[in-house]
Design a protein around this ligand. Structure first.
Ligand code: HEC
Length: 111
């Protein structure tokens, strides 16, 4: 009986470690990347779900100027990659791979 108990225990332990719960979907990975890529989070500028936001405003020759991070929802992985690589110079550089852009796409269209 003890043996059965420890087998059951081992099974439960293993299925918790390797069960389906421990795998994340593309969109969940995209969410993690979006919030905390290797660098400053996209969410700091593009808002929580990628809907865009005003980063700051300033006066230039007495005219009010705004810096806006546009909405990036529903963009294809390719477009996200292009946008990230065309960021203005005040945005840190990111070195993401194709799969990561696809995960971001999955997250940003589900949000
Ligand atoms: C420090 C602020 C900042 C951070 C952090 C940032 N962005 Fe941006 N992003 C911008 C700004 C500002 C623009 C607009 C650039 C322009 O208008 O030329 C932009 C543009 C883009 C575009 C192009 C959108 C379009 O419609 O052309 C994409 C895509 C994008 N960012 C994705 C991301 C992703 C993904 C991340 C995280 C990995 C990220 N950005 C992090 C500020 C930021």
């Amino acid at each position: 009986m003890e043996i059965m108990k420890s087998l059951l225990f081992a099974f439960v332990l293993l299925s918790n470690l390797f069960g389906e719960d421990s795998f994340i979907t593309k969109s969940e990975y995209g969410e993690q990347l979006y919030k905390k890529p290797r660098g400053i989070g996209c969410s700091n500028c593009h808002g929580k779900g990628g809907s865009g936001m005003k980063i700051t405003s300033y006066l230039h020759k007495k005219k009010k100027k705004e810096i806006i991070a546009p909405s990036i929802r529903f963009l294809s992985a390719k477009k996200i990659e292009e946008g990230v690589n065309k960021h203005p110079s005040f945005v840190p550089k990111y070195f993401l791979v194709e799969d990561e852009y696809k995960s971001l796409e999955a997250f940003l269209e589900k949000k």
